[in-house]
Write a protein that binds this ligand. Sequence first.
Ligand code: ZN
Length: 258
Amino acid sequence: MRWARIRTPDGYEGYAWVHEGRVGPVKGSPFDEYEREELRWDLEEVRLLPPVLPRKIIGVGRNYPAHAAEHGAEVPAVPLIFLKPPTAVIGPEEPIRLPPQSRQVEHEAELAVVIGRRGRWISVDEALKYIWGYTLGNDVTARDLQRRDPQWTRAKGFDTFAPLGPWVDTDFDPAQATVLCRVNGEVRQMGNTQEMVFSVAQLIAFVSSVMTLEPGDVILTGTPAGVSPLHPGDVVEVEIEGLGVLRNPVVADRPQAR
Ligand code: ZN
């Protein structure tokens, strides 16, 4: 099943299910009891919101050897994890805002795992039972600030630096999926999830040995080689074979109270 969160012209806002280009409301919660209603709208008629509002987003650095190599870095012996704030989340078609503090903001196309059950010290063998589903993520990164700061909070944490969507697919098999990033239609990143140094199950086990994972939490599983700078006016698309396409335009940001 594909879960989305939507806003419709006739005033519905909330969970929905997506099937063959049609969308219907869902009553209840994906983490508890729920009931699907009839498919009521065409996908084109509704606004897709971020499919999940995570309380925390865990990023994983250098999980594809070719990406580590393009930065002259070694593959880590244990997963290299960092946090992105929930305020960085945006949905499909929402603009990525390039902050004035950086001159080199880059895309990172990633498979995003969404947690469905609370857990701590989850074993590798049990890990897949804790997954709600998968979506696409763009781990947008201010590369110049990442090089300058020993901690990555600033480089990874700006508002709009965590596009997620378009939906959470509960049946997707991530074992051998092509991960792509296109900018203005041109392929910049291409890899396959089978290149990942640490598997989804190993990442869940590792992260949950540090912090409790909760329903809705997102783990961004790392990016393949080919990261490159974004510029105002660009359109960036993350695509994972069999899962979907996450598309966001890019604009310049200005200091402004919101
Ligand atoms: Zn990343």
